[in-house]
Design a binder for this molecule. Structure first.
Ligand SMILES: NC(=O)c1ccc[n+]([C@@H]2O[C@H](COP(=O)([O-])OP(=O)(O)OC[C@H]3O[C@@H](n4cnc5c(N)ncnc54)[C@H](O)[C@@H]3O)[C@@H](O)[C@H]2O)c1
Length: 250
């Protein structure tokens, strides 16, 4: 029988994290949903359970190292091990040009998207190695591959995501760790819907440079992430996979 997998999904209460949680649960993976949003996180647990799979919710702010360590400990306590990690919690920032980012804006985006992601890797990889290995997908962005107006600090964190992904491969592949990154273009999630509600022209602006002339869906990203996390992707290591309708190809 195939190994029983257990995944930690940060930002699992909404958007890409929620979609990946549901996709993994459909494949029989136990999921530990990590988020600051308790009510929405518990709703996703119920959705998973209604499909006969197992999930827990662990409330954590990924910017706090003790809460990150705690979500790893709670997952191991509940399911015995962690074998998959979707390191995904993130925010987009203000949408302003870089010189208009306040120091507070810069620090907030760095804290969540960069520190939160690095803390997650630190504690999760440690737990995975104790158990013989595991697989990680970090959420980068098309803003992690190319420059775009209005996302300077965000873009810096999403380029950094690719740097740590490749470092993990160099340092820990020999200990059974695989790490890849996904780079979604604009994808229909609550984060983007909220941004577009406040910027009426934003949808048109986002779609215009996309060869396929539409936004992505969370389900499309979830298919890719579940594949990369899973055993069928065993020889894919250090890849950065754009999922953007061709946006970064042209
Ligand atoms: N939607 C897109 O177009 C798009 C494109 C490229 C990359 N991304 C990236 O995908 C990831 C998920 O974004 P989404 O679109 O699903 O957004 P979302 O807002 O729908 O979901 C993000 C989740 O992260 C949680 N979160 C935020 N700060 C947190 C913290 N400090 N600790 C714990 N949880 C926290 C939120 O509560 C929320 O549930 C982000 O890293 C984002 O940068 C999104």
């Amino acid at each position: 029988m195939a190994e029983q997998h257990t995944a930690i999904v940060t930002g699992g209460a909404s958007g890409l994290g929620r979609a990946v949680t549901l996709k993994l649960a459909e494949q029989g993976v136990n999921v530990s949903i990590v988020d600051i949003s308790e009510e929405a996180g518990n709703d996703v647990v119920q959705e998973v359970e209604s499909h006969g799979a197992s999930a827990i919710f662990v409330k954590a702010d990924v910017t706090k190292p003790d809460e990150v360590k705690n979500y790893v400990d709670k997952t191991v306590e509940a399911f015995g091990a962690v074998t998959m990690f979707f390191n995904n919690a993130g925010i987009s920032g203000s949408g302003k040009k870089f010189l208009e980012h306040s120091i507070e804006d810069i620090d907030q985006v760095l804290n969540i998207n960069l520190h939160g992601m690095l803390y997650g890797i630190k504690y999760v990889v440690e737990a995975m190695i104790k158990n013989g290995g595991g697989s990680i997908v970090n959420t980068s962005s098309s803003a992690g591959l190319v420059g775009q107006v209005g996302v300077g600090t965000y873009s810096a964190t999403k380029h950094a995501t690719i740097g740590i992904t490749k470092t993990i491969v160099a340092e820990y592949a020999s200990e059974g760790i695989r790490a890849n990154a996904v780079a979604p273009g604009a994808t229909e999630t609550p984060m983007v819907e909220e941004y577009m509600k406040n910027n009426p022209q934003a949808k048109e602006v986002a779609i215009d440079p996309v060869p396929q002339k539409r936004l992505g869906t969370a389900e499309e990203v979830a298919e890719l992430v579940a594949f990369l996390l899973g055993d069928k992707a065993n020889y894919i290591n250090g890849a950065v996979v754009p999922i953007d309708g061709g946006f970064t190809a042209v």
